[in-house]
Design a protein around this ligand. Structure first.
Ligand code: GLC
Length: 814
């Protein structure tokens, strides 16, 4: 026995170690139905299932004794009636079904499997594992088949995440590599396709989380977090677009930004003093390069104290901003969360007095070092501190600053981030940094956005943030941090923004040209070309780097950069409509091909070409000295944007792409609204509005959304949607504009409809039954005030001009 004892001890230790390793809920003991919930009591845990919608289920695993301190900053209140569901108990399973989903709950051991209403499997727990935990870590293992995986926000390593492992821990990584992970944002949301059926999973847990999509194994994909509750949403499609729409219902969509935020934006670290900023602005106007926004980086502040101006560099900021506004520029300034420890600084004083800063458990204020030296940091999880923070913007707003660039909010400090034991209010419940870290950027953006709304209630705020969490789009746009001036990063920026698009963040973009280092002239121009289609279009570069303005590379490049920035402005009516659509239903502006062509196996991995809005296929050049590239055309007809050449898909074609061209194609059947290039975006009506009509096989119905571009009145119906219809029959074209929708009455304007690929000169063109006069050239047509038409034989395009005064229009082309 004496000899046996140590052996028994070892065996006991080993088994208890094993027991302490991975644990699982065990078998289902009993269940209870409560409203839209089903509570499953198991051997070692309770699993809660909430039926949020017929296609959205929330699953929570609460292990025995686990405290349930629940507050989600990501999910918005769900004010929808709980759907009915049917529950049938069988020997070995419970069957929970809604109109579209059958959830099979295996009892012993507990496993979940989601099927569609045709009993086709969508997603199931791995048979041996399912859900579980190891110490504080929580896991969910799902059986893997041949699914691709998309989403996770701002991630490197391509659009399809299959075979990779990722984690979520907001990190400040200047000059990150093309495989770096994690970066600045946390979006624990992904989508997948199982046998063509799209679905999504959102893990609502702000601790450091992890996602393995079949990396190093062929059994399962899994996700989980270092701590907290395993709390995830299963979101059904079967269209990926439906998954995104539903995800938007959970975590919110982007509200419309001010229209000027769609313009070109110029930034560097830093333009100063004020005379330099005015000179920059004047150069844009002199050179006729459109630009709407100029940025002031940290040098505008007095000793990097946020909410102050440097007295010598910007002695009269209000006057400078007024002058810039008159020239059509908006000013955006950077704001960091670190508040300098300086007893003579008003923000420091107020923060200490109002108890707004993060603390250690012993009550002392946490200090970390950032630009101004030692700093305290606001606790944005405390409602009072959020209001205080919001009120701090009054001075800058009164000075005329239009937007705010929230940076260093991972939070970042020299040497890393906050220690684990820094404490937060967490809406009164209390939480440590491990739980709050990934939420800091989201909450800084929220406090900023809400503060601005308070200060200017009917003006759409503009915020751009580096760090964020799921739902950040409700408050802010996102840029992809400190990238590098390299060809690799040009491509990476497209992939990262496509990932953000598939994660609810519609309004994103990179530092054009690259932040670290200096781009070659060719790289800069190629990046500008890509930027035209990035929702957020801003050039930015590091302190001390060579000038990175559109004219910094000589005349030839300047002309090219001008041409492409002007293209952005020409496409504005189309892009603004795409922003509107996104604000409604989370449809991305920048779309991976798979979103539009889900059933086309050729596009499941495709991340070097994309759709911009619903009708433009864009294939940027991302390799040095490349003057042609392969483009894949999905089924249907496409028109080359530059010369109207018609291409039929599906096929891959080599397309010529010298430096003065980015390959762009228009889907047949598109009605593409465009305008003339302008120096900047003002609140005036688009006049003339150009509608490019590309014939398709069927009747084409489309519309154009317009509003005042600045206020929230659109939420009360003060907008104007103009519906168009185009049909072809027996060589006759019919184009109609129907009654407008919305309370905003637009003044009369000129409308030019440009019919592409017309085939032959029309015999007659009539407007509301009245024949129109033919012009001798486009120029004469454009100069005329009365309606008319011109057919250009060379381009095979028919131009019809008339006055759009809100009445119905019927054009007949014979
Ligand atoms: C950070 C930002 C960068 C900014 C710099 C100085 O590195 O990511 O965009 O220019 O700080 O404020």
């Amino acid at each position: 026995m004496q000899k046996l004892f140590p052996m028994l001890l070892v065996i006991l230790l080993v088994t208890s170690l094993h027991a302490a390793t991975f644990q699982y809920p065990g078998n289902l003991l009993n269940f209870q139905r409560k409203g839209n919930q089903l509570l499953l009591s198991c051997d070692n845990a309770t699993v809660e299932i909430y039926v949020i919608d017929s296609g959205i289920f929330r699953i929570r695993l609460l292990r025995e004794g686990q405290a349930d301190v629940g507050h989600s900053y990501a999910v918005v209140p769900q004010n929808r009636p709980a759907p009915d569901f049917r529950l049938v108990e069988e020997d070995r399973v419970l069957k929970l079904s809604t109109d579209e989903i059958i959830l099979i709950i295996e009892k012993s051991p507990l496993r979940l499997a989601f099927y569609d209403d045709q009993e086709k499997l969508i997603c199931r727990d791995h048979p041996s594992f399912g859900m579980g935990w190891n110490g504080n870590r929580v896991y969910c293992w799902k059986q893997i088949h041949d699914e691709p995986f998309y989403g996770l926000g701002e991630k490197t390593r391509g659009l399809n995440k299959r075979g990779n492992v990722y984690s979520m821990w907001n990190s400040d990584i200047p000059g990150y590599s093309a495989t770096q992970d994690p970066l600045y944002q946390s979006h624990p949301f992904f989508m997948s396709l199982h046998q063509g059926n799209g679905f999504g999973i959102f893990l609502d847990n702000s601790y450091r989380s992890f996602f393995n999509f079949g990396a190093g194994n062929n059994q399962f994909y899994y996700f989980g977090a270092e701590d907290g509750v395993l709390d995830y949403y299963f979101i059904n499609g079967p269209q990926l677009k439906t998954v995104l729409k539903r995800y938007g219902e959970l975590v919110g969509t982007m509200p419309l930004p001010p229209k000027w935020a769609l313009g070109y934006q110029q930034c560097r670290w830093s333009y100063f003093p004020d005379t330099e900023v005015i000179r920059l602005a004047q150069t844009f106007r002199d050179k006729k390069i459109p630009c709407d926004v100029l940025y002031l980086d940290i040098h505008y502040m007095d000793g990097y104290r946020v909410f102050t101006w440097h007295p010598d560099r910007f002695p009269d900021p209000k006057a400078m901003i007024q002058q810039l506004e008159q020239m059509g520029f908006k000013v955006v300034v950077i704001i960091d969360p670190g508040i300098k420890v300086d007893p003579n600084y008003h923000v420091y004083q107020q923060g200490v007095q109002g108890d707004h800063f993060c603390k250690y458990p012993d009550g002392t204020l946490y200090q970390g070092q950032v630009w101004p030296g030692w700093c305290h940091f606001p606790d944005f999880s405390k409602p009072d501190s959020r209001s205080w923070w919001g009120s701090l913007f009054k001075g800058l707003v009164d000075d005329g600053v239009r937007g705010f660039w929230t940076d260093m909010n991972e939070p970042a400090t020299w040497g890393g981030t906050f220690p684990d034991n820094v404490l937060f209010d967490f809406e009164g419940s209390g939480a440590d940094h491990l739980r709050m870290h990934n939420l800091y950027g989201l909450l800084m953006a929220k406090s900023t956005y809400q503060g601005l709304k308070q200060l200017r209630p009917n003006q759409r705020p503009f915020v751009i943030t580096r760090a964020g969490f799921s739902g950040v789009q409700r408050y802010s746009s996102v840029w992809t941090g400190d990238n590098v001036a390299s060809w690799e990063h040009l491509k990476l920026s497209m992939q990262m923004c496509l990932g953000l698009s598939l994660s609810g963040v519609a309004f994103s973009g990179p530092d054009i040209g690259g932040f670290m280092g200096a781009p070659t002239p060719e790289l800069f121009t190629r990046w500008i070309q890509l930027g035209v289609f990035m929702p957020f279009f801003r050039t930015h570069t590091h302190h001390g780097s060579p000038p990175q303005d559109p004219w910094s590379y000589g005349d030839w490049y300047e002309d090219l950069n001008r041409k492409f920035i002007r293209l952005r402005y020409e496409l504005l009516p189309y892009l603004y409509h795409a922003f509107y659509q996104s604000s409604l239903d989370n449809t991305p502006i920048l779309k991976p091909m798979v979103l539009e062509y889900q059933s086309d196996p050729n596009v499941q991995w495709m991340d070097d070409q994309f759709m911009a809005g619903k009708n433009l296929l864009v294939a940027p050049v991302y390799l040095e000295k490349q003057t042609a590239r392969k483009v894949y055309f999905p089924a249907g007809n496409w028109y080359d944007f530059w010369n109207d050449e018609k291409i039929s898909g599906p096929q891959t074609r080599l397309i010529s792409a010298p430096l003065d061209k980015i390959p762009i194609f228009v889907k047949a059947g598109a009605i593409l609204p465009m305008q003339q290039a302008v120096d900047f975006i003002d609140s005036k009506i688009t006049d003339p509005l150009m509608l490019h009509v590309f014939p398709g096989n069927e009747v084409v119905r489309d519309s154009l959304y317009e509003d005042d571009g600045a206020s929230f009145d659109y939420l009360n119906g003060k907008y104007c949607i103009t519906p168009f219809e185009f049909s072809t029959q027996n060589d006759q074209y019919q184009f109609t504009i129907d009654s407008r929708i919305g309370k905003l009455k637009l003044p009369a304007r000129a409308m030019v409809t440009i019919f592409h690929d017309v085939g032959q000169k029309p015999k007659a063109v009539s407007l509301n039954g009245q024949p129109l006069a033919e012009s001798v050239s486009v120029e004469t047509l454009q100069q005329k005030t009365e309606a008319g038409y011109f057919f250009c034989e060379q381009s095979n395009q028919l131009f019809v001009k008339f006055i759009d005064d809100g009445k119905k229009v019927s054009l007949l082309i014979q």
